[in-house]
Ligand binder design. Structure first.
Ligand SMILES: C[S@@+](CC[C@H](N)C(=O)[O-])C[C@H]1O[C@@H](n2cnc3c(N)ncnc32)[C@H](O)[C@@H]1O
Length: 213
């Protein structure tokens, strides 16, 4: 998938150099150099306007976070949010999750969040869903052995698809919830932009936490 580069957006992102990760296409990211510390690093793929990752970073100063987003214009909103709140332990990357195993080093991430990933409802598009097995194999490559992936969606078809992928791959799962907002295990749940919108429409939010191997 090609990255959409709106004229001027990249220049605007350059103004937030300290919050952005710009990389050479041939090199994997050196997270120690990027954050200049030894703290764990967790990422959100498809971070959108950044409400979730910025709040995560604010609440967890002992962890570094990376918001990965395909669309630069959307990412600019996330970057501005982090800048306005003066958050130091979050950085942002324009990238396609399809290429994620060529971007991060093997065993370099301590956790991953997939929030309201595009459901790709047409049957013929199932391989584009971010919980399709080929993506999970890429996550396995970049995540450390003891890392977990936290997945949230309001989309029943995508949730069912995800559980079936995890079952087929015999992956460990925990904290399965069919209604996150009524579930006491999610008291510290951080709402994403889409979660705000969908739950206001009466949709239930579902979640599963799993390992990639
Ligand atoms: C439905 S939105 C959810 C945004 C946010 N996570 C939330 O919950 O509010 C999905 C986001 O994932 C991004 N996205 C979709 N496919 C992607 C890919 N292959 N790589 C990176 N980002 C992607 C989209 O641009 C969009 O911003």
């Amino acid at each position: 998938m090609r990255l959409r580069k709106e004229q001027g957006v990249l220049e605007k992102l350059m103004e937030y150099k300290e919050l952005m990760i710009f990389r050479k296409e041939t090199e994997r990211l050196d997270l120690r150099k990027i954050f200049m510390d030894e703290l764990p690093v967790k990422a959100e793929f498809g971070t959108g306007k950044g409400q979730f990752i910025v709040e995560m970073a604010k609440r967890n100063p002992e962890i570094n976070f990376i918001g990965v987003e395909l669309r630069d214009q959307v990412l600019l909103k996330a970057v501005k949010k982090a800048s306005d709140e003066n958050i130091k332990n979050v950085k942002f990357l324009i990238a396609d999750v399809n290429e994620i195993d060529a971007i991060f080093e093997e065993n370099s991430l301590d956790g991953l969040y997939l929030n309201f990933s595009d459901p790709w409802p047409k049957k013929r598009h199932y391989k584009r869903r971010l919980t399709y097995r080929d993506f999970i194999r890429k996550y396995d490559f970049i995540l450390k052995d003891d890392s977990w992936i936290e997945f949230k969606t309001d989309n029943l078809l995508l949730f069912q698809f995800t559980l079936n992928e995890l079952a087929d791959l015999k992956l460990p799962m925990r904290k399965i919830s069919l209604d996150v907002h009524l579930d006491s295990r999610f008291e510290d749940n951080i709402m994403t932009e889409y979660e705000d919108k969908f739950s206001r429409n009466g949709n239930k939010i579902m979640s599963v936490t799993f390992k990639a191997h």
